[in-house]
Design a binder for this molecule. Structure first.
Ligand code: ATP
Length: 348
């Protein structure tokens, strides 16, 4: 890569590793985060996401490799000299200060004149839709409100990159879903690069322009939510993002005649009567419904295949009652899906 492409990226990792003794927390990662995008780092606990965020912020230094922020290499640069801000999961608000003092704290330290400080604090509170809370203390706010204040406190500094470490982790599901939409909306309005760490695949799919899927210190795949979901690059990604049926190559050989491991999403499989004619380009297999899991909006069926192995099928409960779906247990069925939805996988 030349310097011109460096300058396009808000963040660039070149073969970055961070080892703690024997632990390879981050292991030879190269990636680019574009200016103005909502980029998520998604992966299970311990996969190296937070360490990557801390490397960008400057709280950690790489064991090897180089990090660039907007084209400039930042080795050895302390956090306060980097044009980035972090929003932590626990919000880290000062309890003895009011909301507006909390939000304006960074500007006061930087000796921004009072009039400008007041204007910027009020703009930031407006942005997170909490202008009426200026005089309250953090203890007088709900979890979701505290989260927004933490966001306002970071945005008031107008960083070029905002780092968010599981910021919605402490909220209940409904509030978290609301905040996901709101965060994405705020990001679009301010145009700042957001780097968002989460282990929640739905959260990453909802908000991100692109997602990096982490596994054991390395990145398995980077892509848009649709690319990651529809074309998982590995068995790990197929299993971690959404639910997937992974069919091992030996089982695939018996079932479909092709000795290649593949994944097929449960919602792509249709469950029909045995003997239903099969169209060109479709796979058809017979099996027995081993278990029915009724989930209100939809039902999950576990089907044991005659040729070995098991597939999960998901069907929306459009016309069936709960009685109908539950009576499917033990029934012999035919499963069909379009072969274009098979994803041949490499194991890494
Ligand atoms: P989580 O979702 O649980 O926060 P994560 O994907 O963010 O996980 P990291 O916090 O980056 O993962 O940790 C990656 C690995 O590095 C883990 O095995 C962790 O125990 C280890 N690790 C992180 N920081 C240190 C440290 N300061 N000293 C030793 N090991 C560390």
């Amino acid at each position: 890569m030349n310097n011109a492409s460096n300058s396009l990226a808000a963040v660039r990792f070149e073969h970055v590793s961070r080892h703690f003794g024997e632990v390879r927390a981050v292991d030879n990662i190269s990636l680019e985060i574009y200016d103005g995008e909502f980029f998520s780092m998604l992966g299970p606990s311990g996969s190296g996401k937070t360490t990557c965020l801390r490397l960008i912020a400057g709280f950690e230094q790489p064991s090897s490799g180089k990090i660039y922020l907007h084209g400039a290499e930042v080795s050895g640069q302390p956090p306060y000299e980097r044009d980035v801000n972090t929003v932590f999961q626990d919000y880290a608000l000062f309890p003895h200060m009011t909301v507006e003092q909390n939000v304006g704290y960074g500007l006061m330290i930087k000796k921004v004149p009072t009039a400008e400080r007041k204007k910027r604090v009020s703009d930031a509170l407006e942005l997170v839709r909490l202008p009426q809370m200026a005089k309250r203390r953090p203890s007088q706010l709900s979890g979701g409100q505290r989260q927004r204040i933490a966001l306002a406190r970071a945005l008031v500094n107008r960083p070029r990159v905002l780092l968010l470490d599981e910021p919605l982790g402490a909220l209940d599901l409904k509030l978290r879903q609301e905040m996901q939409v709101e965060l994405k909306d705020i990001q679009k309005r301010v145009g700042i690069t957001f780097v968002f760490v989460t282990h929640d695949q739905e959260e990453a799919l909802t908000m991100s322009d692109r997602i990096a899927v982490f596994n054991a210190g390395h990145v398995e795949q980077i892509g848009t939510p649709a690319e990651i979901y529809e074309h998982p690059a590995s068995a790990f990604v197929a299993g971690f993002v959404g639910t997937s049926n992974l069919v091992r190559s030996d089982v695939a050989q018996k079932l479909t005649g092709r000795a290649q491991m593949f994944s097929i999403r449960p919602e792509k499989i249709r469950m029909v009567e045995i003997g239903t004619p099969v169209q060109d380009g479709w796979t058809a297999l017979e099996g027995t419904v081993r278990e029915v899991i009724y989930l209100g909006m939809f039902t999950r069926y576990l089907v044991a295949l005659e040729g070995g192995g098991e597939l999960t099928v998901v069907r929306q409960n459009l016309d069936e009652t709960s009685m109908d779906v539950l009576s499917a247990e033990g029934k012999r069925v035919q499963l069909t899906w379009q072969r274009v939805f098979d994803r041949v996988l490499e194991t890494k």
